[in-house]
Write a protein that binds this ligand. Structure first.
Ligand SMILES: *[C@@H]1O[C@H](CO)[C@@H](O)[C@H](O)[C@H]1NC(C)=O
Ligand SMILES: *[C@@H]1O[C@H](CO)[C@@H](O)[C@H](O)[C@H]1NC(C)=O
Ligand SMILES: *[C@@H]1O[C@H](CO)[C@@H](O)[C@H](O)[C@H]1NC(C)=O
Ligand SMILES: *[C@@H]1O[C@H](CO)[C@@H](O)[C@H](O)[C@H]1NC(C)=O
Ligand SMILES: *[C@@H]1O[C@H](CO)[C@@H](O)[C@H](O)[C@H]1NC(C)=O
Ligand SMILES: *[C@@H]1O[C@H](CO)[C@@H](O)[C@H](O)[C@H]1NC(C)=O
Length: 805
């Protein structure tokens, strides 16, 4: 299980803030250099996936970027300052499927600009400055299915501009300056076109004989907000039309409706006549001509009561919208004929007087919307609606909820009580709502939860208590909500969470405590007890403060075995400085796998670079360090075994110098001076590993004589054996080592042999005299050196002062 913690320090230099800052910086560089991508673009981001996309939105570009890779499937250049599209802009992008260019200043498109986009399926040119669509403009877009041209200034469309768009299914021309429906003739005849949106233009008539004498395949037509004077269908050209939007059409109540045959629009199931400028008789005849299949009718802002009766006589009508019609009162009679309606929306009517029997005749009411209606209490009319599934009472002025307000709403699943003035909840209020799964009490004035959630509501899955005035959550406050999955308590004034505050919420997945004043003492294991399904805990923007290095008394989240996301960024304390300014929302840098891959790849590359650099320049030092480490290990083992000295000196030398050792050193020291030497070719035990032999030799000898030449340094000195073995020579702090230089070795040549150089700097040593010089002094000094017993070199009266020439 992966736990994601989102947090940020709050100007107190916490480790968290430094960490998040570091991650932010890394993320920034990652985005800036985008090193994981095969291609890169100067101004855009490329997201490589199955559908490689180019993201250039909102970059103040003046032209389409010239470096779009050919293998992209989606290009987003929305929200820039591009004023025209040139022929070469999208050349060769033959697999591009989606091109998004809304919100630019495009006024001109060169002919053939899209001709290579044979795979393009969606083209969005909305919110631009196009004034006309020319003949060749969309040439080549054989596979285009969705074309968005809304919010331009298009007033003319050339007759063949859409000619080859065989696959076009959806065309949005909303909010343009079209004034002649005839010009759309060619569009309507496109073989695949299903949905046409031409609302908010200047169309003043629709007359079917101008368009076609054959049927067209359109299923959805939005003509809303056009100043239509006449809507005339004299042939069955819309046999498949299902959805027709005529809202706010016409001017000055004058729109004329001429549908020659009731069967012509017999497939329309959804009709919007809201705010239509038409006489009462006019609307009446519209409703009659669509009297076969109509299931959903919009009659908002129409201000004519009698229409309700007409509409409700349509036997198939199920959904009736009557928003903003100024019925301040709803009598028993108003909806009497709407017996078959299942969804009724009478929001925004300033209803203050609602008869108790207002909905009684509606036998199968499932959804009732009474929002924005000025109700000061839950109306009696909504009780006992046994079939009701959804009740919206939001945006009223309800102050209190009574025990019988929701009585017998046994099937109610969703209840909206948001944006009211409720301050108190009684334990009895929701008891009858046995099927309720969603309750919204957002934006009220609730001070405490009372016993509202300790009994009943056992099927509730979602409870929104955001924007209230709760100050504490007490033990068992949500005890009975055993199905609850989402609990929102954001934007309250919660300061205290009692032990067991969330007891009973065994299925809770999301707990949002964002924007309260919860302090660190509330973050206790006992508070979160029982939340074993919790996946997301959001405690951002509270007052949780930990001092640097402070330890948690008791791990607070141990019960939360399913937790995946913990948000605790933006904690504010009541310090003198308002710390809000320093908020760092690390949410935006929440780390995804990509950055880990990036970091590990980068580290690997850097390590490799560093490795080869080191190998090249500092090879010897590294080899050295390695041996030193081995030596340390070995020496620690060895030191415990005290071996008596068997030899006076062990002589370490390179085979090339064996000649000198045998001819000069051996006869003098063993023969003349009488010391017992240990030489590897003579004294090492056969069959024993070389390293053992050398170590034994060093530890069994009082002194070790190193015969130093260039060759010795290169091979012997760095050999594993000598390094391991000679550890004693350096670290026992005894004057064990005698350095004999057979050749002259300048200081700079010594520098790679770091330890040797240090020795030479710290100690005195002996140099073999040049050819022809007297050797007697040398042998004398060597004898003295061999005689001294473990004195620190500095105190050796004889060796001190001996200098290398
Ligand atoms: C957009 O481009 C025009 C010239 O084409 C320029 O005058 C205008 O300032 C630009 N707008 C922005 C926001 O850069
Ligand atoms: C156009 O769409 C069809 C059907 O989806 C598809 O088979 C064909 O490959 C597409 N053409 C191109 C050029 O992508
Ligand atoms: C068409 O454009 C209008 C205006 O922008 C928008 O409200 C509507 O949702 C669009 N319709 C579709 C299907 O895109
Ligand atoms: C439809 O038929 C009428 C009468 O025959 C004719 O005047 C009209 O031009 C035709 N409309 C179209 C779009 O072909
Ligand atoms: C719709 O048709 C039915 C019969 O098919 C009829 O009784 C009813 O009055 C009609 N409604 C309207 C509004 O014309
Ligand atoms: C509703 O009443 C208000 C003022 O009382 C008026 O401005 C508005 O036009 C009325 N709406 C309708 C649809 O009659």
């Amino acid at each position: 299980m992966e736990l994601k913690i989102t947090l940020s320090g709050k100007g107190n230099g916490s480790t968290y803030s430094r960490l998040s800052f570091f991650l932010c910086i890394l993320l920034y560089f990652w985005v800036l250099f985008n090193p994981v991508n095969g291609y890169s673009m100067k101004h855009c981001r490329i997201r490589e996936s199955l559908n490689t996309s180019v993201l250039c939105d909102g970059r103040n570009l003046n032209a389409v970027p010239a470096d779009i890779p050919l293998l992209v499937r989606s290009v987003n250049i929305a929200k820039n300052n591009i004023s025209q599209i040139k022929r070469e802009d999208f050349k060769d992008l033959t697999i591009l499927k989606m091109l998004i260019m809304y919100s630019n200043r495009i006024s001109h498109v060169e002919n053939g600009s899209f001709s290579d986009l044979v795979a393009l399926e969606q083209l969005n040119l909305a919110f631009n400055k196009l004034t006309s669509l020319s003949d060749q403009m969309f040439k080549g877009l054989d596979n285009l299915t969705v074309l968005q041209l809304e919010n331009n200034h298009i007033s003319s469309i050339a007759s063949s501009s859409f000619q080859l768009l065989f696959s076009l299914k959806v065309l949005n021309l909303t909010s343009n300056k079209l004034h002649c429906f005839k010009e759309l003739k060619h569009i309507l005849q496109l073989p695949s076109l299903l949905k046409l949106f031409i609302g908010n233009n200047s169309l003043n008539s629709l007359q079917s004989q101008e368009i076609s004498n054959r049927s067209i395949g359109l299923t959805e037509l939005d003509l809303s907000r056009n100043p239509l004077e006449i809507f005339s269908v004299t042939a069955d050209i819309f046999p498949y039309l299902k959805k027709l939007d005529l809202s706010f059409c016409g001017i000055n109540g004058s729109m004329e409706w001429d549908v020659a045959d009731r069967y012509f629009l017999s497939n329309v199931s959804s009709l919007d006549l809201s705010g239509i400028h038409m006489s009462l008789q006019g609307i009446g005849s519209v409703l009659q001509s669509i009297n076969f299949s109509l299931a959903s009718l919009g009659l908002d802002k129409i201000g004519k009561y009698n229409l309700i009766n007409v509409a409700c006589h349509i036997p198939t009508l199920k959904t009736l919208r009557l928003q903003c019609n100024n019925f301040s009162s709803v009598s028993d009679k108003l909806l009497q004929s709407c017996t078959q309606v299942t969804d009724l929306d009478i929001s925004g009517n300033n209803i203050t007087d609602l008869s108790e029997a207002a909905f009684r005749s509606i036998k199968n009411l499932k959804t009732l919307r009474l929002g924005y209606d000025g109700l000061s209490s839950v109306p009696n009319a909504t009780r006992n609606l046994r079939t009701l599934k959804k009740l919206d009472l939001s945006h009223n002025i309800i102050k209190t909820l009574g025990c019988s307000d929701f009585s017998n709403l046994r099937r109610l699943e969703k209840l909206y009580l948001n944006n009211n003035l409720i301050s108190k909840l009684e334990g009895c209020v929701f008891l009858d709502l046995r099927a309720l799964n969603s309750l919204t009490l957002r934006r009220n004035r609730i001070l405490n939860l009372g016993d509202a959630f300790t009994k009943g509501l056992q099927h509730l899955k979602s409870l929104d208590l955001g924007f209230n005035k709760l100050t504490n959550i007490r033990t068992n406050d949500f005890k009975s909500l055993r199905s609850l999955e989402d609990l929102s308590l954001y934007d309250n004034e919660i300061k205290t969470l009692e032990d067991g505050a969330f007891v009973g919420l065994a299925k809770l997945k999301n707990l949002v405590l964002l924007n309260n004043v919860i302090g660190k003492s509330e973050i206790r294991g006992a508070v979160f007890k029982g939340l074993r399904s919790l996946k997301t805990l959001n405690m951002a923007s509270n007052a949780i403060k930990y001092e640097k290095d402070e330890q948690l008394q008791q791990p607070p989240f141990t019960d939360l075995s399913s937790l995946e996301n913990l948000y605790i960024f933006s904690q504010h304390y009541n310090d003198l400085k308002d710390t809000k300014l320093l908020d760092l929302d690390t949410h935006s840098c929440s780390v995804d796998l990509g950055i880990f891959y990036f970091i590990s790849t980068t580290s690997l590359v850097l390590l490799t670079l560093l490795g080869s650099f080191i190998y090249h320049l500092l090879r010897w030092q590294v080899v050295y360090a390695y041996y030193l480490f081995l030596a340390y290990l070995h020496d620690s083992k060895r030191r415990n075994r005290q071996t008596p000295h068997q030899y006076d000196a062990f002589v370490s030398y390179n085979t090339h110098d064996e000649c000198w050792v045998v001819r000069e050193l051996l006869p003098e020291l063993e023969g003349v001076q009488g010391w017992k030497l240990c030489l590897h070719h003579r004294d090492f035990q056969p069959g024993k590993p070389i390293i053992e032999n050398i170590t034994d030799a060093i530890y069994r000898s009082r002194k070790t004589i190193c015969v130093i030449t260039h060759r010795y340094l290169q091979s012997e000195w760095c050999s594993r054996e000598i390094q391991v073995a000679s550890f004693r020579l350096f670290d026992e702090q005894k004057d064990v080592l005698i350095l004999v230089f057979l050749e002259e070795i300048p200081d700079h040549q010594l520098s790679p042999y770091h330890r040797m150089r240090r020795l030479v700097k710290r100690r005195t040593y002996l140099s073999w005299p040049r050819a022809g010089e007297d050797t007697r002094v040398f042998w004398q000094k060597l004898q003295v050196a061999l005689e001294t017993r473990d004195w620190p070199a500095e105190e050796n009266p004889i060796l001190t002062g001996v200098e290398r020439q």
